[in-house]
Design a binder for this molecule. Structure first.
Ligand code: ATP
Length: 244
């Protein structure tokens, strides 16, 4: 398995109150999946993505990505892990305004000291249909074009997994459809593994698998079509039968 989350819990303190952002979440993800994470606002979607990308650490449980136990990594190793294994697409694009589209896409490769950064970045821009805009700055691009550049930047390092936290939240519905069709194409044709958090039924409709998080708990997984809570109950019943 590419990703193995086992018994993940995370709490945050809000004033005097503790909030359970994730409660005992376990999840396996294979290479090439297109997973949508759905759930109402505040249910724990961003927390899950932040733990997968090692931006945040869980309080209990283990996270393995590509065989690496990321909970064991120190601060420096975690940022190295992100650069090597994870691509991130943000709601608000997060492009560097003083750099051109091409330079933005080259940036993670430059950080890694890759020599052929420019041809690889140009290819990634071609993959998202934006090679004609390579020399333009983010301010000269539309929202949809900026998100395409951000996707090119996320895939250019050929990461194990691309995480996108509500990538279409700041886009109109037509542009959102274009972005999601692009993501689906990259998943199908290049085998890029995506995990996308969303409120949008259009996004969940395109995904190969949908999990639902409610109050920090994984309550539904379309791959098994059984809620993990039901699964627990079934095991209990079988154990009871064996004992009887
Ligand atoms: N850094 C933090 N400090 C305190 N509480 C936090 C922090 N991050 C998240 N939370 C709390 O954890 C819970 C889960 O938040 P999270 O952002 O993961 O939800 P979400 O499903 O991504 O929501 P949205 O769809 O609105 O982005 C919420 O109650 C939130 O207030």
């Amino acid at each position: 398995m590419l990703v193995e989350l086992s018994g993940i819990s995370k709490r945050y303190k809000m004033g005097d109150v503790w909030v359970d952002a994730l409660k005992d979440v376990s999840l396996s993800l294979a290479k090439g999946e297109f997973l949508a994470v759905k759930g109402p606002s505040g249910s724990g979607k961003s927390t899950l993505l932040n733990i997968l990308s090692a931006l945040d650490q869980c309080d209990s449980g283990t996270v393995h990505v590509g065989g690496i136990n990321i909970g064991r990594l120190g601060e420096h190793q975690r940022s190295k892990f992100r650069n090597r294994h994870i691509g991130i697409v943000f709601q608000s694009f997060n492009l560097i305004p003083v750099l051109s589209a091409l330079e933005n896409v080259m940036y993670p490769l430059t950080l890694r000291g890759v020599k052929e950064a420019k041809p690889r970045a140009l290819q990634a821009l071609r993959d998202v249909g934006l090679d004609q805009q390579a020399n333009q700055r983010p301010t000269q691009l539309s929202g949809g074009q900026m998100q395409r550049v951000a996707i090119a930047r996320a895939i250019v390092t050929q990461p194990d997994i691309v995480l996108a936290d509500e990538p279409t939240a700041n886009l109109d519905s037509k542009t959102s459809e274009h972005i999601m069709t692009l993501i689906q194409k990259l998943n199908k044709e290049q085998g890029v593994t995506f995990v996308i958090s969303t409120h949008d039924d259009y996004v969940t409709g395109l995904a190969s698998r949908v999990i639902t998080i409610l109050d920090g708990e994984l309550v539904k997984d379309s791959q098994t079509n059984i809620s993990p809570l039901d699964r627990h109950n079934r095991v209990d019943i079988t154990e009871l039968e064996v004992k009887v």
